[in-house]
Design a protein around this ligand. Structure first.
Ligand code: KG4
Ligand code: ZN
Length: 335
């Protein structure tokens, strides 16, 4: 079964071909440079970019996979959450393709796709995803923890009450004048700090041992005030980035470990753009080793927004009997 996946929920225009669970191609074209000077994604720019590039990206994905448009058996598309105008471009393209080819279409939740991206290329055979497990999404738009009992039985156990962790990285980066996207830039600056004399930034909502929600707006404000009163040197930027990264990674690890323990599950899958962060990856590995939890992380290519995760999950949902209709709507506020 050949599935063409489409992802246009934010600033990446992505198309992928997945055949029986195996990724044949994953093409991503990002408008990130166009948003850089604004310090965040400008929705109108993102949707115009999708309109301009989706055909080219789809053609390239088919070419890389050495498949023709007539080989497609299923079209999978991100239906939400995301920017309304951006989602609509992918949705319209997917519907047109499905209608013209006479093949089924399936809407895929972007957050669930991030969680299941952890299993791409790792299964011995279809069906050996180890349910139930704790799934977490740490991205620019979301920071949430879920109990995943099956493909379709997924419940939220914790989430951020304000900013998402990627958003906090982006805002801190903006304050320090490092630009957008902030995550990789903050990580790079943090990596060149000696590690001595760390700033003690707040680690929110850790006191109550049962709490698995997140809050990152306090640390963002703390960084702003610290920067305002600092000497504004390069060395200070490195120190702030290091201390900020240590604090947020520390909180994420502790909260996720709590959720795993409370659920009694043995497997943890963490997806989303922030999983590109090397400190987060290595601390997750250490924490899971100590707690006897099996850790599933996506390959770095599948952390940030991509369409392989959409096609991969779309195929699984279709095989499990899920169907969408050509009249379906985008659902920007889905969770
Ligand atoms: O999953 P994603 O591509 O888009 C959303 O669905 O939000 O995640 C993008 C986010 C951005 O906020 C970006 O700054 C963050 O992921 N990010 C990182 C790193 N690479 C990307 N955050 C921390 N460290 C990184 N290396
Ligand atoms: Zn995402």
């Amino acid at each position: 079964m050949l599935t063409l996946g489409i992802e246009t929920s934010c600033d990446e225009t992505a198309v992928s071909l997945v055949e029986d669970g195996h990724v044949l191609s994953s093409e991503v074209s990002s408008s990130v440079d166009l948003h850089s000077s604004y310090g965040g994604v400008v929705p109108e720019i993102a949707s115009r970019y999708h309109t301009e590039y989706i055909f080219t990206v789809a053609e390239k994905a088919l070419e890389d996979a050495a498949r023709s448009v007539r080989d497609i058996d299923l079209v999978a598309v991100t239906s939400g959450p995301g920017l309304p105008g951006s989602l609509l471009v992918g949705m319209a393209f997917a519907k047109a393709l499905s209608f013209a080819l006479g093949v089924p279409i399936i809407g895929v939740n972007h957050l669930t796709a991030h969680i299941f991206s952890c299993f791409i290329g790792k299964e011995g055979c279809p069906g050996d995803i180890e349910y139930p497990f704790i799934g977490a999404v740490v991205s620019g738009g979301h920071t949430s923890i879920y109990l995943v009992r099956s493909l379709r039985d997924i419940s939220v156990v914790g989430r951020t009450i304000d900013d998402a962790v990627g958003e906090a990285f982006d805002k801190v980066s903006k304050v320090l004048g490092l630009g957008y996207p902030g995550g990789p830039r903050v990580e790079k600056m943090a990596g060149s700090f000696s590690g001595r004399d760390e700033i003690d930034f707040p680690r929110a909502l850790l006191k109550d041992a049962d709490n698995v929600d997140f809050s990152f707006s306090g640390i963002k404000t703390a960084v702003m005030y610290y920067w305002r009163d600092s000497k504004k040197t390069d060395a200070e930027i490195r120190r702030i980035c290091y201390s900020f990264q240590e604090a947020v990674v520390d909180v994420i690890i502790k909260k996720i470990a709590r959720a795993v323990e409370a659920s009694g599950t043995e497997v943890l899958a963490v997806g989303g753009g922030v999983v590109n962060n090397s400190l987060l990856r290595s601390r997750l590995e250490v924490s899971c080793r100590e707690n006897g939890t099996k850790l599933r992380l996506p390959d770095r290519t599948f952390c940030a927004d991509n369409a392989a995760m959409v096609a991969f999950l779309g195929e699984k949902l279709y095989r499990a009997g899920e169907r969408s209709d050509i009249t379906m709507s985008a659902d920007p506020g889905a969770f």
